[in-house]
Design a protein around this ligand. Structure first.
Ligand code: ATP
Ligand code: ZN
Length: 508
């Protein structure tokens, strides 16, 4: 529009917090040091008369027991003190019942955005779609978007009537509507959709690159993302920069004129983008992923140590202390390592899965049991096991349920769930069950070592996530033989370890 002096905008960003309000054992990251860094960056910008905004690409929830058991209250309150202007709603924001997310919205003094989550019946927005921010004379629109994979990977128990619609379509109409009634200078999408180089999204829903390529030019200036949990840095050819490491330079991706930025995960970095805006033209003048007290392999900080902010420490310390107290102490013993790595539990039968399923079978008196491999989120080291170790394996607070049914119905069910391929979260882990395939047909089904009898009745343990359709498992919750308990997966595993320790890994 009118010719005027150049203006400047600094966009600060993080994503995929996953419960990391506190620093790790090595003293890396944490919101207290992040606060010192962000305050410093904001002051610098203020002194230069530049506008600053702070955004998060979502997935605040799930990953650290001290946070999970307090429903991420320290994380949302910490983000409020940090001064976030907005965040995208991530798939893990649906790990708890919706009333927990409502509580989290109250803890946050900034909006949780998503333009593409609608109510199924009237197609109305379930969450605030966008926010308008005015700083230093700049009008900035921020639109939130959430991966459509949420419908597939989040807990169907909690999704209710929510539907996740195509982000590209909705962002165009949303931005058009904003522009029709507001004179905005900058439009940003804050997303939780994942960045996949050259749009190779594989089995995932399309991410930020696809979005940037499929929208009309001038819809968005930049995408601040999350979900794929990577530093988005490209080389001169625009391919993934394999040389990026903490403290090194990072060039963000640019697709169809839209910058795409993501700051790895857990608050390890604060992304900092400085834009010059002149005659409507936005130029990226600098970009950095600033490490937050990250260490190299020799245990040295890669940048000058950032002193944790005292006010933030005072806010978070009581939550950390409460969590530690709840979680410490041994609940059992295992005589060997139980591998829960993603490359194990989503690919082949695992001892850790056997232990988990045995515990669930014992809790409901089942003949056999199953879970999807993707629900196992951590390994257990040999030796004493604490409740914290268990909650790392089972962060989702799923309840254990019993399904009682006849052999012929069970066969049909197994015919579906035994076919989920390796490398998917749905991949079946089972115990007390064996089977073969001949000519693509499910055969030789044995329950507890005995051939499946179509007329006999069987009791199967399963968690509430899979029973309500999670990971594409057939839904059981409305069937006659279904019975839920109030016991969570973590409680049941704890109970089992308390009763049967020492656990001999070779006997699992
Ligand atoms: P993000 O990248 O958003 O952190 P993620 O790590 O959960 O997502 P994936 O690694 O693809 O994403 O894992 C998804 C799998 O996690 C699902 O397929 C499912 O097996 C498991 N999962 C997700 N939510 C639950 C839940 N509430 N209960 C049990 N398993 C779950
Ligand atoms: Zn995610």
């Amino acid at each position: 529009t009118s010719n005027r002096e150049a203006q400047y905008l600094t966009v600060l960003h993080t994503n995929d917090n996953h419960g990391r309000f506190w620093h790790n054992e090595k003293g890396e990251y944490g919101m207290a040091a992040r606060k010192t860094l962000i305050d410093r960056l904001k002051n610098q910008a203020d002194q230069n008369g530049h506008a600053v905004i702070l955004l998060s690409g979502g997935d605040i929830n799930t990953g650290i027991p001290e946070s999970d058991l307090q429903f991420a209250e320290p994380d949302f309150k910490g983000m409020s003190l940090l001064g976030y202007d907005a965040m995208a709603i991530g798939n893990h924001e649906f790990d708890n019942p919706l009333h927990v997310l409502e509580k989290q919205q109250q803890w946050a003094n900034f909006p949780l955005l998503s333009a593409n989550i609608l109510h199924a019946n009237d197609r109305s927005h379930a969450y605030q779609p966008y926010t308008l921010i005015e700083k230093q004379g700049l009008k900035i629109a921020v639109v939130g978007l959430t991966t459509t994979d949420t419908a597939k990977i989040a807990n169907p128990e909690y999704l209710g009537d929510l539907v996740f619609v195509d982000p590209a379509e909705i962002v165009e109409s949303t931005v058009a509507a904003i522009k029709a009634s507001h004179d905005v200078n900058v439009v940003i999408a804050v997303t939780h959709m994942g960045h996949y180089h050259d749009a190779n999204f594989g089995i995932n829903a399309p991410g930020d690159v696809t979005l940037a390529r499929s929208i009309a030019p001038d819809t968005l200036d930049m995408i601040i993302g999350g979900h794929s949990q990577e530093p988005v840095c490209v080389d001169a050819q625009g391919r993934q920069d394999k040389l990026f490491a903490p403290g090194k330079a990072c060039k963000p991706d640019k697709q169809n004129g839209v910058w795409i930025m993501q700051a790895h995960e857990w608050g390890k970095y604060v992304g900092k983008a400085e834009f010059k805006i002149e005659n409507g033209i936005k130029t990226l003048i600098s970009y950095e992923l600033i490490p937050v007290n990250l260490k190299n392999n020799n245990g040295e900080f890669v940048n000058a140590y950032i002193e944790p902010d005292a006010k933030m420490k005072a806010l978070l310390q009581p939550y950390q202390a409460f969590g530690e107290k709840k979680l410490k102490g041994s609940v059992g013993f295992v005589d060997g390592y139980l591998d829960g790595k993603r490359n194990t539990v989503r690919f082949k039968q695992s001892k850790l899965a056997s232990l988990i399923i045995k515990a669930q079978m014992a809790a409901v008196g089942a003949d056999f049991g199953l879970i999807s491999g993707g629900g196992i989120r951590h390994s257990i080291e040999a030796g004493d096991v604490s409740y914290k170790d268990i909650l790392k394996v089972h962060p989702f607070k799923n309840r254990i349920t019993l399904m009682q049914w006849q052999g012929d119905e069970l066969y049909k069910y197994l015919n579906t769930v035994t076919r989920f391929p390796p490398d998917s979260g749905a991949y079946l882990q089972y115990y007390g069950l064996s089977f073969d395939y001949s000519d693509g047909k499910l055969s030789n089904v044995m329950i507890n070592g005995k051939p499946l009898d179509f007329n006999a009745t069987y009791k199967m343990s399963i968690n509430s996530y899979n029973a309500s359709g999670g990971d594409g498992y057939p839904t059981l919750v409305n069937m006659a033989g279904y019975k839920a308990t109030n016991l969570t997966d973590a409680q049941v595993l704890k109970q089992y370890l308390q009763t049967y320790s020492p656990i001999k890994v070779n006997l699992l």
